[in-house]
Design a protein. Structure first.
Length: 173
């Protein structure tokens, strides 16, 4: 008997079916979320040299230019770390959900819930750019909307069969 991939130890009958359209769309939206979430990093990196380009508040008090200058390495490191972690998580969730990992669907939902709790604070974001737009708040709201649609698509009935564990027989009606 011929087995196309004998080293995997799985029979051909246990392979997961192709991702349904809602899952494929959710994965594309997650890739878009990763792309959009890099914008704050780009804005922060563009304004690193100009201490007047952003105003930071700590415990309700505005930081002075001297404090911002002293904290510049921490501010830069935080902006880079945060700017890289968020897109990386989007990409990780997109890839895992595209492979039908149920834990990824659950984790995506939990992360969306945490983002929802943080949504009101996004518009009071401490960094304001010279253009007069609270860019981080608007970008966070945009990525939140992308996350909303992606999570909704992941939990559609058409997606549920795709996320069932391998090797578990389907219930018969």
């Amino acid at each position: 008997m011929y087995h196309p991939y004998p080293s995997t130890g799985q029979s051909a009958g246990l392979l997961r079916p192709a991702a349904p359209a809602p899952v494929r769309t959710a994965v594309r939206l997650m890739y878009a979320g990763a792309a959009v979430s890099t914008v704050p990093l780009l804005l922060a990196l563009a304004s690193i040299g100009d201490a007047n380009a952003y105003h930071l508040r700590w415990n309700g008090h505005a930081l002075t230019a001297a404090q911002i200058s002293a904290w510049r390495p921490l501010i830069i490191a935080s902006a880079i770390a945060g700017g890289l972690v968020v897109p990386a998580v989007w990409l990780w969730m997109a890839r895992a959900n595209g492979r039908g990992r149920n834990w990824a669907r659950i984790l995506s939902t939990v992360l969306f819930g945490l983002a929802t709790v943080d949504l009101p604070a996004a518009f009071g974001a401490p960094i304001h750019f010279e253009v007069g737009v609270e860019a981080p708040g608007l970008i966070f709201a945009l990525t939140w909307l992308v996350g909303l649609v992606a999570v909704w698509l992941l939990w559609r009935p058409a997606s549920s069969a795709f996320f069932k564990p391998r090797g578990v027989p389907q219930e018969r009606l």
